[in-house]
Design a protein around this ligand. Structure first.
Ligand code: AMP
Length: 601
């Protein structure tokens, strides 16, 4: 239905025309049909990106009186969302005498107090800051007519349960409450039953269902290929504009740094950044100066960036609700989007879970190989050339002399030369790259078979060299610089000498020959190397994830002496993922990949 078919205030209709909104989205149709002339509570189950802001913003503006007492309150989980909603409500009400203000934490409270004291009809707030203002008696909610709880599930996830209770108790009994949530966990249902009277229920899509505009793709990979596979997806989609999600701040910073070092326009977004830094990243992202933002779940909450083509789950979140929130950043406003996940053999079972809960299917894709990627890149480049509008006058002056230089070349030869110049670094980067799909197929099928394999190996080793000498090379124990380091994973965690050397060499500049004796126990392991190397290894790997287990590494008290140990540490509380291959990456940049990428972008 078109907006003008609803009995909306004329000034609101005029503003919508200015913005270019003609037809109401499904959720807007529902709310406009039910909330314009009726005083009712409402529970709306809807994903982000469905047009929720107008769905509650328009009926709110239509129903409140335009005076300077707070009449409408919108509670939302994050500062980003708070600013976005405020901006939208202001644009819907540009022809109305309504003041709307945003209050959120992390900003100067004095300015917010000044704004409120000037008189506002609508406050859009994050819960913590609103409580502060209520306690200071700056905000009074007794005359409130409408309270909106937006992204209620997110607010509860973020620990605002008590705050929401406090705020709702400050309001009068006659108000109406409109609650919107992408999912309906128990706590959200509790708010609905405690604070609402016979709410009208609307549901866009069914419970916990994923947005239909989003395609869900997944790739089966080995853990060590996670970053490389992510890069291949990016390279295969040269116009990608997306969000990459990691589980931890450390991973987020690391992936963003690696990508930007390799010439991609990528920036991190996580809780260690100041508010000013985060705002700068988001502004650059919105202006498309940044093509990829690598974010933690918390930092990306409430983000609304139009036209994102992809959401990449560098690592899947632990819970399905977070998957929904992450994926919902793409496929907004009727546009198509792709949500990409990478899963190791151990993680593949999660696809069934996701499909069941989201009631949608996930498509298994092959990680693009070098030739697919290069072909896609070249074609995109040619299409760009074909659609280029050339300013004849500027070029004409040069053309004759340039053409003279090519007089002995055919058209094919000239094109060949241009393409190989443009893509030589790219081609040479991918020249010896492996087929990640085959690597996945050839990897051991599960933990058990790997354990069996390692047990077999250990048995052989035991026969040949004695069980306590798993590996013995590099600095010897009698080397005065050799120190013994303890790692909290052992055979039971799939740790073996080869794996240990691989993760050390992949994450540091240390060569395998610099690692001395390695001893793998059932629950923990030891290796020898000099003190400097040890510190580098600890800073690169301590607390990282190895096949789902946290590695803790420290210098052993029994330095240089393996005999005194047994029994092992458990995992620590940090849960950062190991996923890097800095050595390969340096090699790539040396080959000039990064320059090529920069040129391409
Ligand atoms: P929301 O779910 O409110 O964050 O809206 C998602 C996106 O859809 C925003 O970029 C809105 O500007 C846009 N949008 C919302 N409603 C409409 C509409 N009726 N017509 C066109 N675009 C809309």
């Amino acid at each position: 239905m078109e907006f003008k078919e609803f009995k909306l205030n004329k000034d609101i209709l005029k503003a919508l025309e200015d913005i270019g909104f003609e037809k109401a989205t499904a959720i807007q149709e529902e709310t406009l049909s039910n909330l314009l002339d009726q005083k009712t509570d409402l529970v709306g189950l809807a994903q982000t990106g469905t047009g929720k802001t107008a769905a509650f913003g328009l009926p709110m503006l239509h129903n409140i009186e335009y005076n300077n007492h707070v009449q409408g309150l919108v509670l939302c989980p994050t500062r980003e969302l708070c600013l976005q909603i405020t901006k939208d409500i202001k644009s819907f009400s540009k022809y109305l005498e309504v003041n709307t203000t945003a209050v959120y934490g992390g900003a100067d409270i004095k300015n917010q107090i000044k704004d409120i004291k000037r008189g506002v009809s609508i406050i859009v707030a994050t819960p913590g800051r609103l409580i502060d203002l209520i306690k200071r008696k700056v905000v009074k909610l007794q005359e409130i007519k409408i309270v909106v709880l937006d992204e209620a599930d997110e607010m509860l996830n973020m620990g605002f349960k008590e705050d929401i209770d406090f705020i709702l108790q400050e309001t009068n009994e006659h108000k109406n409450t409109w609650l919107f949530s992408a999912t309906m966990p128990k706590d959200v249902a509790r708010i609905a039953s405690n604070y609402m009277q016979d709410p009208h229920e609307i549901s866009i899509g069914h419970k916990n269902q994923s947005n239909e505009n989003i395609e869900h793709h997944f790739y089966a990979i080995r853990e060590r290929d996670r970053y490389e596979a992510t890069k291949r997806i990016i390279d295969y989609n040269p116009s990608i504009y997306g969000l990459i999600f990691c589980r931890t701040r450390i991973d987020t910073a690391e992936v963003a740094e690696k990508l930007s070092r390799e010439g991609y326009k990528a920036e991190p977004l996580h809780g260690d950044l100041s508010q000013a830094q985060r705002t700068r990243v988001m502004t650059r992202f919105r202006n498309k100066e940044v093509q990829l933002v690598v974010a933690t779940d918390v930092a990306a909450r409430g983000l609304d960036v139009a036209d994102l083509t992809h959401v990449i789950h560098h690592k899947l979140p632990e819970d399905i609700e977070n998957y929904t929130h992450r994926s919902g950043r793409t496929g907004r406003a009727g546009k198509k989007g792709i949500s990409v996940s990478f899963l190791t053999k151990k993680e593949l079972y999660r696809i069934n879970q996701l499909e069941k809960v989201l009631k949608t299917s996930f498509v298994k894709k092959d990680v693009p190989e070098a030739n697919n990627i290069v072909e896609k890149q070249v074609h995109q480049y040619i299409d760009k050339i074909n659609s280029l509008e050339v300013n004849d006058k500027d070029i004409e002056k040069l053309l004759e002399s340039v053409l003279n230089k090519f007089e002995n070349d055919s058209k094919e030869e000239v094109i060949k030369k241009f393409i190989s110049l443009q893509f030589q670094n790219f081609v040479s980067y991918y020249k010896n790259s492996s087929d990640l799909n085959k690597s996945f197929e050839n990897s051991p099928s599960d933990r058990k078979s790997r354990r069996d394999r390692d047990r077999g190996r250990d048995r052989d080793r035991g026969r040949d060299r004695g069980r306590d000498r798993d590996r013995d090379r590099g600095p010897r124990n009698d080397d005065p610089n050799a120190k013994r380091f303890h790692i909290s994973l052992g055979r039971n965690d799939n740790m073996n000498p080869g794996a240990l050397i691989r993760i050390i060499c992949d994450s540091t500049r240390i060569k395998s020959s610099e690692i001395g004796k390695i001893q793998i126990g059932n629950r923990d392991s030891y290796f020898d190397t000099n003190k400097e190397n040890g510190s580098a290894i600890i800073s690169a790997l301590d607390g990282k994830d190895y096949e789902g287990q946290t590695m803790n590494i420290k210098m052993s008290k029994s330095s240089g002496d393996s005999s005194s140990r047994r029994g092992a540490s458990g995992g620590g509380s940090r849960n950062d993922s190991y996923g890097g291959n800095k050595r390969n990456q340096r090699d790539r940049s040396n080959r000039g990949f990064s320059n090529n990428k920069r040129r391409r972008n």
